[in-house]
Design a protein around this ligand. Structure first.
Ligand code: MOS
Length: 762
């Protein structure tokens, strides 16, 4: 931790001096460490006598490994061992439990368990050498023979095998049972739409490869730098799988170069690196290649069907939303795809259906706004289609069916400033000037279209602990085993603590990314600010109380009768609100009391009894302008204006960055990202960043992010919700709707590539 603390404590101009207020824009406190290379990622931590492991992946999708010939690999100078299912060490819980904290129902994949192969790209051997180069070369020499079996990786060919999954995963709420009578209401309504939607596999592709550096101490203690969204999840997993007690394993992830959900579960390089370190009694690092970044969880291929019906004035009468998604042979990966259709618009007759199909693929995994990114996509295109059937403005249709109670369960929202989002974003975008008819705006060779969509995501809270330590020299160190996957956790937590105690930001350090720190949840579900932030403010408020007690004990204390509500913490001082000149420096308080270190801890437990009475969501309204060249089929997204209601925004700058990143990904989902599976091989073919398209700067034009005024003290004691995921939701739908408005072509599958635009094929 020391190099981390040194880096964070370095005086940096843009950390600012003087008072910090949450809600203002503050540059990231870890920015300097990152741009100067002081921030080390999982594969960058040095260790004496480090060995390097390179993974050999299966080229076949299903079958058995018949033989492994490692002789040529072992003959390469520097190669230490080739580990496979045949010679791996005995692993305690391979035959019993093998779950991580976020595993779905089923039996998780166990690398090197036996000779069975169940997906293309499955790790089948680990070549360990003194150098990375030797290991990489030797890995190319491992000869494998397989006995193959028939397999299927095609969702559309297996729909008859779809089944309702077991809902055994935290965060997954099964679709509610039918409300009212959908079939009757749909049949009776005068205006309706019915359409199918398709979204293919997407891959996370964070810049940092999945990597684990396992550093073995002389006493056998393992210190593991792992790319993960939770050091404690990885620690827990390693302990369980390898039968190592808690104090034998420390996992650290002080810096994570993006994750987007791919680090919610430990990935196989962790298992293999620990396996090798234990086997060889040596420090080992395993880094996946970019190609291997396509060999673990992905956003699942999903087919959807949405039916909507309305009265001729636009009143929604019936909603049906069905989804069929892929899962693996070993686990039921489940996500919330269809439920959103019961959470946004008033409607008395709502019916859902959600099923999964087992394919010979790896288990999918959550990817930014899992379920909503494509579920809300279908709903919001469907709403646009219905608006045109009604000859109604698409925004007017949303407003017509606006609701302050969640339609699915009649619970009030804890807060919902969606109406303000519509107003703010449409005004800024200039939506009122939009002609209703498609193909009515043109400039030169390009058709221009304006589209909009609503976004929705959960406002989750979990439980967390935090510790806050005020040192006699005035430094405040707050800690929790939280994670910063690039989202701004370091910065926001430091801001919350600095504001609470009236300290300049540079005197506050937030420590995270270490499994030995106070318990924190996995960084996922946009819940870190509301959860860990609430633990941080809780610990700081306890410090405030203790400091007041110390102040009251001063000789002839002017604070003797003061209550918490009478004092404030400003400029490093505790002072009386009504008489600010009556003040004492926190450092003086500690020194006078002879305290060198004042520590308070806080356990944040969400008030479930209160929370469950409400629907807790974040909302957004997205407006986009596209330009479509009909001769080439190219689409350019010229402007995106989004307004987000996500409770109190703690750091305007990092929150804006989160939403901006979400918009960029929405454009990517809409126009670029496409994974090609060759079903003859059962393999993703474009497994590299040259052929798996993501947007570049030239694809991104104006983006405008607005935050609606919202504070929600039911969700968190900070009034905050979360902004990590809402930014992507609805963006691709708004683009599809804008393409319709430009061209009169309705595209219901992603990505909306030039061929579809040219041919008008959905
Ligand atoms: Mo997020 S997909 O919960 O990391």
């Amino acid at each position: 931790m020391t190099d981390l603390i040194a880096a964070l404590n370095a005086p940096v101009a843009d950390r600012g001096t003087g008072p910090v207020r949450t809600g203002t824009p503050v540059s990231r406190v870890d920015g300097r460490a990152k741009v100067t290379g002081q921030a080390k990622y999982a594969a960058e931590h040095p260790a004496a006598d480090l060995a390097y492991g390179v993974v050999v992946s299966s080229p076949v999708a299903k079958g058995r490994i018949v033989s492994i010939d490692a002789r040529a690999a072992l003959a390469v100078a520097g190669v230490i061992e080739v580990i496979t299912h045949l010679n791996r060490p005995k692993i305690r819980s391979f035959d019993i439990a093998y779950k991580d904290m976020t595993a779905p129902a089923g039996a998780p994949f166990r690398p090197f368990y036996d000779d069975r192969v169940f997906y293309s790209g499955q790790p089948v051997a680990l070549v360990v050498a003194d150098t990375f180069e030797a290991a990489r070369y030797a890995a190319s020499l491992v000869e494998l023979e397989f006995e193959t079996e028939p397999f299927s990786t095609k969702l559309s060919a297996n729909l008859d095998r779809a089944y309702k999954p077991k809902p055994l995963k935290a965060g997954f709420e099964p679709p509610p049972s039918e409300k009212g009578d959908f079939d009757q209401a749909y049949a009776a309504a005068p205006v309706k739409m019915d359409a199918e939607f398709y979204s293919g596999v997407e891959h996370h592709n964070p810049m940092e490869m999945f990597a684990s550096t396992v550093i073995r101490g002389d006493d056998g203690h393992l210190t593991i730098y792992d790319k993960t969204q939770s050091s404690q999840n990885s620690r827990w997993y390693v302990s369980h799988v390898f039968g190592l007690s808690k104090n034998k394993v420390t996992v650290r992830n002080p810096y994570v170069g993006g994750a987007f959900g791919s680090g919610l579960r430990p990935q196989y390089q962790l298992t293999l690196a620990v396996m090798a370190a234990l086997h060889l009694k040596r420090s080992v690092r395993v880094v996946l290649t970019r190609q291997q970044m396509f060999t673990f969880g992905h956003r699942p291929e999903t087919l959807q069907r949405v039916k909507l019906a309305a009265d001729s004035d636009g009143t929604l009468r019936a909603i049906y939303h069905q989804a069929i998604a892929e899962t693996s042979q070993v686990e039921d990966y489940v996500e919330v795809v269809v439920n959103w259709s019961g959470l946004l618009y008033a409607c008395d007759n709502i019916k859902f259906d959600y099923k999964v199909v087992k394919l010979d693929q790896y288990t999918p995994i959550d990817m930014r706004a899992p379920g909503a990114a494509h579920g809300v996509h279908a709903l919001e295109i469907a709403m646009d289609e219905l608006a045109y059937e009604l000859k109604m403005d698409p925004l007017a249709l949303r407003l017509k069916n606006y609701t302050d109670k969640s339609p699915a369960d009649d619970k009030p929202y804890s807060s919902k400033e969606l109406r303000a989002c519509y107003a703010l974003a449409s005004e800024k975008f200039g939506w009122a000037d939009r002609p209703l008819e498609p193909r009515s705006m043109r400039e030169g060779t390009e058709l221009i279209g304006w589209g909009m969509a609503t976004g929705v995501w959960d406002a989750m809270t979990m439980f967390a602990r935090a510790s806050a330590v005020l040192h006699a020299d005035g430094r405040l160190v707050v800690s929790s085993a939280a994670t910063d996957i690039g989202t701004g956790t370091y910065t926001v937590m430091a801001m919350i603590a600095a504001e609470a105690l009236g300290l300049p930001l540079e005197d506050v350090t937030f420590q995270l990314g270490d499994s030995t720190l106070p318990v924190a949840p996995i960084e996922g579900g946009s819940s870190h600010v509301s959860t860990v932030g609430s633990a941080v403010i809780g610990a700081c408020q306890k410090l405030q109380k203790t400091l007041l007690k110390h102040a009251q004990k001063l000789t002839d204390s002017p604070f003797a009768k003061a209550k918490m509500k009478d004092v404030e913490f400003v400029d490093g001082q505790l002072r009386l609100k009504r008489e600010p000149s009556t003040a004492v420096a926190l450092t003086a308080l500690l020194n006078d009391s002879g305290v060198v270190r004042l520590e308070e801890k806080f356990l944040m437990l969400p008030n479930m009894l209160k929370q469950r009475k409400f629907r807790r969501m974040v909302h957004s309204a997205v407006f986009v302008e596209v330009r479509v060249d009909e001769e080439t089929g190219t689409v350019r997204v010229m402007r995106v204006t989004t307004a987000v209601a996500a409770g109190k925004i703690m750091n305007l700058k990092t929150a804006t960055s989160q939403v901006t990143g979400g918009i960029v990904w929405g454009i990517s989902q809409a126009l670029h990202e496409e994974s090609y599976t060759d079903h003859q091989f059962g393999r993703f073919m474009n497994h590299n960043l040259a052929e798996y398209h993501v947007p570049v700067n030239a694809d991104i034009h104006a983006m405008d992010v607005i935050f609606a005024n919202e504070e929600d003290y039911i969700v968190s004691k900070l009034g905050a919700k979360g902004v990590g995921e809402i930014g992507i939701v609805g963006v691709a739908a708004a683009i599809s709707n804008a393409i319709w408005h430009a061209t009169g072509k309705r595209l219901r599958s992603t990505p909306m590539t030039p061929d579809k635009v040219l041919l008008g094929e959905p």
